[in-house]
Design a protein. Sequence first.
Length: 233
Amino acid sequence: MVVQLDRYSMLIVSKYFSYIFDYINMVFVCKKFKEIPEMFHFNPISVSFITQKYFPNVETLHLYTEKDKFLSKYRQYYVHYPTPLHKCIKLNQGKRVICPLRTFRFDSQHYGCSYKDANIFLDKAVKNTSAKLTAMDCSNIVKFGLSCFEYNTILVSITLSSNLYEIPDKCFFICTKLKEIDLEHIRVFGDYCFCRCNSLSAITLGTNIIKSAKNAFNEVTSIKNVTAPGVKS
């Protein structure tokens, strides 16, 4: 039995096309599909200065890769790839740019930026004592990079996001002054992630842990209180 798609159904299908030629061929398949590209208010695929004409009613230009260009005339822009926070701030000078994946590292490029405006910490983002902060509110950070706080001997306390699910390898390696941490939402613990955190005395664990390296808490010798809400003793 041959099944024919109506225009609305084809519109849904076309959202998953990968190349501009897919849309060009679709228009030639049937007359009722001719207006589908005009129905998009965002570009479903990457477009160039030349191919943008196939989606004449786009209001929000979506940039899917770093190779995509910020073409002029659009009301706003939506960036799908991770973007440094300092660049997000610069991009929003003169135009509206939505950057849902804002990366951060304490370095000269991010001087004057607040880490709280980011949601991803890059590898070694707060390594050593670059932040010079004894307490950090990371309730907006949903991902830590490798060795994120490695050798940070100033950090005493930190608040984690309920949407952070992994503590990667050597994340808090030798954070010698870190005293306690709530890990209730963490599901994955990487290698040496809390190794040699000698002052760590209290931790809170969750019930959804799916993977933990054997050496995650290697040489952590000051633990006195472990809390696991929902777990019966």
